[in-house]
Design a protein around this ligand. Structure first.
Ligand code: ATP
Ligand code: ZN
Ligand code: MG
Length: 376
């Protein structure tokens, strides 16, 4: 239901709030202004399509962990973390981290990086900007236009610059500045929504020799427009992600897909996190998402590591995505025999991992499990 709710917000700006009933049999939708007939009809259609897709894409559980003493009822609130001066909100879905929060983010990332290096991964530093043509090549812009964050370049036009300068006053919101749209135009770059697109771009037109697949790793800030679902540390506009990416022959990539599952399992054991690893599907939204969703869940191409809360919806802290030869074809990553390379990645949403750890064990490391305390 959370997933359906998240997607419905993107249908129209006039939707103020979506409230599913407790029995999940109906949804109440509150509008900012009276909705017109066409909007109601299209909403009705989208809701039916989404329900159908979710009904058909049966999810299966790969593993489940439950720890007896866990007092994890719901995600720790941003108010609590702010009161402790561990985070500061810098706008909707954007936070600065301090104290034990930044220590945990850094410690966790270092721990993950060391795991990747112990598997012989090559480490990369990627920019937070990604060429929008790479997002087109990867299919991202087509599949997730509603989450994309293109950036703007100034227009070389002195007249619109002059009027823009006049309108810039302290306290004014950019959305209220009329000449803003005249002065800035879409650039060739976007803020990167994930890490692995950079990796396929880096290896574009490469040939992987026989038995020589590649494992890579990188961490960067990622950006997604989450609309009205933005909130807490659970759904950010800017978040940090460490990815491990395997590319090469199908056997090599499947070996790492399994390794990634084991890594996720060991981390949850070590850190005593209640969770499930479950087949899932991406929020394909605009067209033909039914088919893609059913394909993804049916073949277990996307697995989500979900933290289980007693009194809140579960939350994905990582996902393992097996893309088969999709990116091999898109980025011309070839095997020695001319076939397209396969790829698989695991993404760790560091902000969600940290918030889950604080929700589960509190903010005092002295009360944490030993394996967790060791990483900070
Ligand atoms: P969700 O279903 O929660 O939207 P997703 O399927 O979009 O997640 P992925 O694309 O699989 O997420 O990204 C990998 C990981 O990045 C997620 O498991 C999560 O930990 C993190 N992540 C994704 N979106 C956000 C966000 N808006 N805020 C914080 N972390 C996020
Ligand atoms: Zn990825
Ligand atoms: Mg998402």
């Amino acid at each position: 239901m959370e997933e359906i709710k998240k997607q419905l917000y993107f249908i129209s700006e006039t939707i103020e709030k979506i409230k599913p009933s407790n029995d999940f049999l109906s949804i109440e939708i509150i509008f900012k202004i009276n909705p017109h007939k066409e909007l109601l009809e299209s909403l009705d259609l989208e809701i039916k399509k989404l329900f159908e897709a979710f009904k058909l894409s049966k999810k299966s559980i790969v593993f489940e962990k439950k720890f007896q003493n866990s007092r994890c009822e719901k995600p720790i609130s941003t108010e609590t973390l702010s009161d402790l001066s561990l985070i500061k909100s810098l706008g909707s879905g954007v936070y600065a981290y301090a104290g034990i929060f930044q220590r945990l983010i850094n410690g966790l990332d270092k721990h993950l990086k060391n795991i990747a290096l112990s598997l012989d991964a090559d480490e990369f530093i990627f920019p937070n900007l990604v060429s929008t043509s790479t997002l087109i090549k990867s299919g991202y812009l087509k599949n997730f236009p509603h989450q994309s964050q293109p950036i703007y370049d100034p227009n070389c036009n002195i007249e619109s610059l002059r009027s823009l300068r006049q309108e810039i006053k302290e306290g004014v919101r950019v959305s209220e500045i009329e000449s803003f749209n005249q002065y800035y135009k879409a650039s060739d770059f976007s803020l990167s929504p994930a890490v692995c697109y950079h990796c396929y771009e880096f290896f574009e037109n490469s040939i992987f020799e026989k038995d020589k697949g590649k494992l890579t790793t990188a961490m960067q800030s990622c950006y997604r427009f989450e609309g009205k679902s933005t909130g807490g540390l659970e759904r950010l506009r800017e978040f940090k992600m460490r990815e491990f990416i395997a590319m090469g022959e199908p056997e090599f990539v499947q070996y790492f897909q399994n390794k990634f599952i084991n890594i996720a399992s060991k981390l949850c054991e070590d850190f005593e996190i209640n969770c499930q690893l479950k087949s899932a599907s991406d929020p394909f939204f605009i067209d033909d998402y039914n088919a893609k969703r059913i394909f993804q869940t049916g073949f277990e191409l996307k697995l989500e590591l979900l933290t289980q809360f007693k009194k809140a919806p579960s939350l994905a802290i990582s996902s393992i995505n097996y893309h088969q030869d999709y990116f091999g074809n898109s980025f011309n990553l070839r095997l020695h025999n001319g076939k397209a390379a396969h790829s698989c990645c695991i993404g760790f949403g560091l902000d969600r991992w940290c918030s889950t750890i604080f929700s589960t064990h509190g903010v005092d490391p002295m009360k944490w499990p030993d394996e967790l305390r060791k990483i900070i």
